[in-house]
Design a protein around this ligand. Structure first.
Ligand SMILES: Nc1ncnc2c1ncn2[C@@H]1O[C@H](COP(=O)(O)OP(=O)(O)OP(=O)(O)O)[C@@H](O)[C@H]1O
Ligand SMILES: [Mg+2]
Length: 268
């Protein structure tokens, strides 16, 4: 693992282009190991696409991504997961008919060869079993192992997504709006879970609720129209004039750059 002061993740001029649209436009950023970072910005800013570029589900059109000094720009999502990159999704991504522990077993076995065998044992190794146990505890789902996922509250389902991401022992955890759709009580419960994640885990959080995000992170990246418009600490972000303007929903603070030079900027 990288020393605490070294960057664990470095993006250099990363662009993800869909046809004429640069959803992520020449983004460069660097995260220290153990850092907590929020990525904020209006709808369509490119936040999820940035996560897709980092975890490999949508490879960058250009640019370079280093993870713990390894160039993973062209690696598959599986190879990146193996290196320690995990994510949760903006939209719940669970097997609803299965129990919590069955979902966790799948997550824990996600990186093992037995995944590729139809006849492989569904037993976990003791190491995997330990990871499942610890991940459920960190996500405050201990005792809920046998509950069928679709019978859980939405809040618990979002906790399970965090648990499943943790089951692969990531070093970088990308959380895409983990508190979206939750009640205020569920949101603060989930915020507590995120706050208490192991301190050596680097966490990047996409979140529309600025108060929730700013209370959890060391540093903030604000995106608009595919570009980073501000990076600063949470206190400065609260009073930053450009950020306030973006969050009041005024469009075209930063002109969208496309091949046709014409993209609509949606407000929050
Ligand atoms: N697979 C795709 N094909 C074409 N365009 C896409 C694709 N994925 C995203 N986009 C576009 O890229 C832009 C950025 O989308 P993205 O989902 O990254 O934004 P976001 O910041 O996560 O927004 P939100 O806050 O609404 O989740 C949007 O204009 C979106 O329509
Ligand atoms: Mg998104």
């Amino acid at each position: 693992m990288a020393p605490v002061s070294e960057p664990i993740l470095t993006l250099t001029d990363v662009t993800v282009q869909f046809g004429a649209l640069k959803a992520v436009n020449s983004v460069s950023m660097s995260l220290k190991a153990g850092e907590r970072r929020a990525v904020l910005g209006p709808n369509g800013a490119g936040k999820t696409t940035l996560f897709n570029a980092i975890n490999g589900s949508v490879p960058p059109t250009s640019g370079r991504i280093l993870f713990d000094c390894v160039d993973m720009t062209k690696m598959s999502p599986q190879a990146r997961a193996y290196l320690g990159v995990a994510r949760t999704f903006q939209i719940t991504n669970l097997f609803g008919q299965m129990s919590v522990i069955e979902n966790m077993r799948l997550a824990a076995r996600g990186l093992s060869a037995s995944k590729f065998s139809l006849f492989g044992s569904d037993k976990l190794t003791s190491e995997q079993d330990g990871r499942v146990h610890d991940s459920l505890a960190a996500s405050r789902l201990t005792g809920r192992e046998d509950v069928i996922v679709k019978e859980m509250s939405y809040g618990e389902q979002r906790q399970l997504e965090v648990a499943m991401a943790l089951a692969g022992t990531p070093r970088l955890l990308l959380l895409d709006e983990p508190a979206a759709g939750l009640s205020p009580a569920e949101r603060s419960f989930l915020a507590d879970i995120i706050r208490n994640l192991p301190r050596d885990l680097t966490v990047v959080l996409i979140e529309h609720d600025m108060d929730l995000a700013l209370a959890l992170v060391d540093y903030v990246t604000v995106m608009q129209n595919g570009r980073i418009i501000v990076e600063d600490d949470p206190t400065s972000i609260r009073t930053n004039a450009l950020v306030q303007e973006v969050y009041l929903g005024k469009p075209h603070v930063v002109a969208a750059e496309t091949l046709e030079g014409d993209t609509d900027a949606r407000g929050l």
